[in-house]
Design a protein around this ligand. Structure first.
Ligand code: F6R
Length: 241
């Protein structure tokens, strides 16, 4: 595991964008999976700026949307699709992207379609993850099963309460649809990104305590090509080894 600690959020975002762009240049036409949420927004801003400067072609890879709140569609503020469209997908050819639609009630079909999308592109080559306050990655909540593919999950209470930050109000979200952690783990390259003091305890648990499905991010500790990108605050409980 490689851990890089940036001075601040801006540093972290620029460094993470450079890693993503480097992967896209090195492995065009492969499939990448990038988390939504607040943490990667700075990196996405930087990636869009890099594309404007001609430093990367974001339409040279394919995209799999990591997860979605069941019941919310792309037009709903705070949905993963809404966040990703605004931050990144708006500058990418639409046919390059497959996402979950939280308004489509046939979740099983959506899961099978996403699994086929992933298989047809030779698996995921690069995964960018954020980490939830409860250690979740995507919507792989604490206690997540070790199964290949995609599934729906009952959202953890912590996830439900944190969700207000995306919607500006409390919404009755209870279920998520997600790519499973094993499929994400199978990527050649994984970047886990985290920022802020409130994440420091869970970052410490994920990286320096025992691996457990109760902290899904910890399951990535022995990935052969894991880069952990932190700012000083998120790294404040990490013990140098
Ligand atoms: C979002 C996702 C979530 C977030 C995590 C951290 O697509 O998969 O697992 O990465 O909840 O969210 P932020 O970055 O908002 O703290």
């Amino acid at each position: 595991m490689y851990i890089k600690i940036g001075r601040d959020y801006n540093d972290l975002s620029i460094d993470t964008a450079k890693i993503i762009a480097g992967h896209i240049r090195a492995m065009p036409n492969t499939l990448v999976c990038l988390a939504a949420g607040n943490t990667p927004l700075g990196a996405f801003r930087e990636l869009v700026a890099m594309q404007e400067r001609g430093e990367v072609d974001l339409s040279s890879v394919w995209y799999a949307g990591l997860d979605e709140w069941v019941g919310l569609g792309p037009d709903d503020e705070g949905s993963c699709a809404n966040v990703m469209n605004d931050a990144l997908y708006k500058v990418i050819q639409k046919e390059r992207i497959r996402i979950f639609d939280g308004l489509d009630s046939d979740s099983d079909r959506q899961c099978r379609e996403m699994e086929n999308w992933i298989k047809s592109h030779g698996g995921i080559s690069f995964t960018l993850l954020g980490i939830g306050m409860n250690g979740h990655i995507g919507f792989n909540e604490p206690g997540t099963p070790d199964v290949d593919g995609c599934f729906t999950v009952a959202l953890d209470d912590v996830t439900k309460s944190v969700s207000k930050k995306y919607f500006g109000k409390e919404l009755p979200v209870t279920t998520g649809i997600t790519i499973g952690w094993r499929t994400l783990f199978n990527a050649q390259s994984v970047v886990l990104m985290s920022s802020g003091k409130d994440k420091a305890p869970i970052v410490k648990a994920a990286l320096q305590e025992s691996q457990t499905p109760n902290v899904p991010a910890s399951l990535f500790q022995n990935h052969s090509n894991l880069s952990v990108m932190l700012d000083n605050d998120a790294a404040s409980l990490i013990v140098p080894i």
